[in-house]
Design a protein around this ligand. Structure first.
Ligand code: MN3
Length: 198
């Protein structure tokens, strides 16, 4: 059985940037549905005993396994996304070790956040923007639909969900405002550092 992860904050902890109403649907309906679908698709098969990451790597690019991959990857991506966020009241703290690694890779902290914003805004349709580590190099990447960095040999540090369901109730078509508010106020950079060191 695959399970819905527990949110690391309350539904209203991201307000006013992401509303409790959005979380109610995004976490309670969309994320839950990926978990439910994954369980239906794997129940009674050897895959129900796989780890989530193992199942993703095993089904990526495999003909006939698209539905399992899509639901498994979306469960993984959302688990990761929630951990990438922090409550508004919690100070936005950038650990010095992360800051130094970012400056080394991008030239400045601002260049990295601009590139992350650019990736999120330029993704056509549904997908994700990420800060990742690949061959010990930090970089910004975007993935379409359910695609996830772990199948491309990349270790994610931070995820931004840019599917419309993540912002439409609060921002309608204004993805720029959603992405800007999220990057400026909600990213958990201490989580990013944990992943960098991991
Ligand atoms: Mn989503």
């Amino acid at each position: 059985m695959f399970t819905l992860t527990t949110l690391p904050f309350e539904n209203n902890d991201l307000e006013p940037h992401i509303s409790a109403k959005t979380l109610e649907f995004h976490y309670g309906k969309h994320h839950q549905t990926y978990v439910d679908n994954l369980n239906k698709l794997t129940e009674g098969t050897p895959m129900e005993k796989d780890s989530l990451e193992g199942l993703i790597l095993k089904t990526a690019g495999r003909e006939g396994k698209e539905a399992i991959f899509n639901n498994a990857a979306q469960v993984y991506n959302h688990d990761f996304f929630w951990k990438s966020l922090k409550p508004v009241r919690q100070e936005s703290f950038v650990p010095v070790e992360l800051k130094n690694a970012v400056i080394h890779a991008f030239g400045s902290w601002e260049k990295m956040t601009e590139e992350l914003k650019g990736a999120a805004l330029s993704q056509f349709g549904s997908g994700w923007a990420w800060l990742v580590k690949e061959d010990s190099q930090l970089k910004i990447v975007k993935t379409a639909n359910a695609d996830t960095p772990i199948v491309h040999g990349q270790k994610p540090l931070v995820a931004i969900d840019i599917w419309e369901h993540s912002y439409y109730l609060d921002y309608q078509n204004r993805r720029t405002d959603y992405v800007g508010n999220l990057i400026d106020n909600l990213i958990n950079w201490e989580f990013a550092l944990e992943n960098l060191k991991d």
